[in-house]
Design a protein around this ligand. Structure first.
Ligand code: G3D
Ligand code: MG
Length: 188
């Protein structure tokens, strides 16, 4: 698609690898976003799809994305503990046109943040599908998700379109910068 700089230029080819958990309700756009990352010249070394979950490792970048669909997969949730425990960043994707399920997305988001294994890692929230005319403004999505209550972690909400790429490079740059700061803080 050509709208991404390569992942390695955003994340750098560090010595340490980093793990990013990508979550959100089904149909939010998680797979489309990961596919867009894949379509650049970044070589994918591993894509392991399982029920309700996909792990994508981009070789040469040190970045691993593990994506989960949150809804209707209750019985797999115990699998996620290990991913939260080793995550250095969380990307939460919401469909900004799905007014009916934004409250479900809010409950899922706060359930993750309250999870015992979820550390104070940077949180990037993507208000996705902003290309659609029925997309809610980012401020409204932020209110509906209750983000004014967010404390004690670096976070941001960004408007994106996985279809035309708008907002994605900037969002990933934010995530990269904040993950680096988080990892430096952990090792010092
Ligand atoms: P998921 O992995 O979170 O479940 P997907 O979601 O990536 O499978 O996306 C679900 C549907 O939404 C797909 O449409 C996809 O093309 C569409 N979609 C994802 N991101 C965007 C976006 O930013 N804008 C628009 N307009 N559509 C988007 P289909 O028709 O294949 O189900
Ligand atoms: Mg998917």
């Amino acid at each position: 698609m050509g709208f991404f700089s390569t992942l390695s230029s955003i994340f750098g080819v560090g010595k340490k690898s980093c793990n990013i958990v990508v979550v959100g309700l089904d149909n939010a756009g998680k797979s489309t976003i990961l596919n867009a990352l894949r379509s650049e010249d970044t070589r994918v070394s591993q894509v392991v799809p399982t029920v309700g979950m996909t792990v994508t490792t981009f070789s040469g970048t040190g970045v691993n994305f593990s994506a989960f669909d949150m809804s209707g997969q209750g019985k797999y949730r115990n699998l996620w503990d290990a991913y939260y425990a080793k995550a250095e960043g969380i990307m939460f994707v919401v469909d900004s046109t799905d007014r009916l399920r934004l409250s479900v997305a809010r409950d899922e988001l706060w359930m993750i943040l309250d999870h015992k294994d979820c550390k104070k890692v940077p949180l990037l929230i993507l208000s996705n599908k902003s290309d659609r005319p029925d997309s809610l403004p980012v401020g409204e999505v932020s209110n509906l998700l209750g983000l004014d209550l967010m404390r004690n972690r670096p976070w941001t909400i960004q408007q994106t379109s996985a279809i035309n790429g708008n907002g994605l490079p900037h969002s990933l740059e934010w995530l990269s910068k904040n993950i680096k700061e988080y990892m430096n803080g952990e090792s010092s």
